[in-house]
Design a protein around this ligand. Structure first.
Ligand SMILES: NC(=O)c1ccc[n+]([C@@H]2O[C@H](COP(=O)([O-])OP(=O)(O)OC[C@H]3O[C@@H](n4cnc5c(N)ncnc54)[C@H](OP(=O)(O)O)[C@@H]3O)[C@@H](O)[C@H]2O)c1
Length: 304
């Protein structure tokens, strides 16, 4: 029964991984979790080299490799791809995780007496946001994600070519995988965090579906992560607003109307999901959107 032992089911040994947005937040958790558990190379991509180096410093020595990259530039993606290709023959998993929130674009709060904002107030608040800001969010979260996947296809294909030929009765190892970080914002619609962010994440959900269907012939799997609320540079202001400078992972940290499990997501919650998704036992997962939100998606229209 050795094949059912956790050490076999959840092994990520020797995996070669690329992570955009690896210099902070969820990308840093991904990098550390995979490096600590035996991945052989974890390339972390982002614009801030100091942040990428800090991720490397927090992982076992020599495993995490910083590569400067702006995912909104094809030239930058191409040179990052070349830098990775010089250091590995293949990539088993690409995490297209980099993203931005952009400015809040939502209806103003109700007045002190409880009356809702007038349509003029709503229009002013939303119309005052420069169009370029809306486009910037879509550009990073959708366009950048899409071109990131395209850029790394050859190295993902190379990973598939390394697999042994199928043998009757023997489980074939997992094929190469793309994992795109979406958000519950891509599903909720009553109270958007930001029209641009929510629309961008709905698009990344669709990208997961489109890419998983269209890359199926090449045996490149595509899955999506749908986080709720995790402390990170992007989300920290929500934690601070609720009096948590770090963490917020103990029950009772947030009202149940906001998150049914009353806490934020932890490093362990996310790392466990990542290790499983990168492991042999997730080899049959394809075209999926995996929600990790403590139940927040079902109540989010009521609260931030
Ligand atoms: N934290 C949450 O609660 C939560 C919930 C749902 C979804 N998400 C999603 O999770 C992903 C990671 O976000 P996070 O929460 O970990 O926030 P974060 O700490 O702000 O991380 C975002 C990362 O994206 C990178 N990035 C942004 N623009 C980039 C660009 N043009 N090129 C390359 N990299 C770029 C940033 O690196 P540089 O600035 O160095 O480039 C940064 O490391 C995002 O897609 C976000 O939408 C987060």
């Amino acid at each position: 029964m050795a094949h059912l032992e956790a050490s076999n089911l959840f092994s990520v040994k020797e995996r070669v991984v690329v992570i955009t947005g690896g210099g902070s937040g969820l990308g840093r958790i991904m990098a550390r979790a995979l490096a600590i558990n035996g991945a052989s190379k974890v390339f972390v991509l982002g614009r801030r080299e100091d942040a990428l180096r800090e991720t490397a410093a927090q992982a076992p020595e020599g495993i995490v490799i910083p590569v400067k990259c702006d995912i909104t530039s094809k030239e930058s993606l191409e040179s990052a791809y070349q830098a990775v290709a010089e250091q590995t023959t293949h990539v088993d998993i690409l995490f297209a995780n980099g993203g931005i929130l952009g400015p809040l674009m939502r209806s103003p709060d109700a007045h002190a007496d409880g009356t809702p904002p007038s349509l003029t107030e709503l229009r002013d608040a939303l119309f005052n946001v420069p169009m370029e800001e809306f486009t910037r969010v879509l550009n990073v979260n959708v366009t950048g994600t899409y071109y990131t996947v395209l850029a790394f296809l050859p190295l993902l294909e190379a990973a598939n070519k390394r697999r042994p030929a199928p043998q009757e009765g023997v489980l074939t190892p997992p094929s190469a995988q793309v994992v795109i970080t979406s958000s519950i914002a891509g599903f909720v619609r009553k109270v958007p965090f930001s029209y641009a962010y929510n629309a961008s994440k709905a698009s990344t959900n669709q990208l997961v579906k489109l890419l998983s269907t269209n890359l199926a012939d090449y045996k490149i799997r595509v899955n999506g992560l749908v986080p709720g609320l995790y402390d990170s540079e992007m989300a920290n202001n929500i934690f601070v607003a609720h009096g948590h400078t770090t963490g917020g992972v103990s029950e009772g940290s947030f009202p149940k109307e906001m998150i049914p499990l009353t806490r934020g997501g932890s490093e362990e919650d996310f790392a466990g999901l990542i290790v499983w998704l990168a492991s042999n036992s997730a080899g049959y997962v394809n075209g999926n959107l995996l929600v990790t939100d403590g139940g927040r998606m079902s109540v989010v229209p009521n609260s931030y």
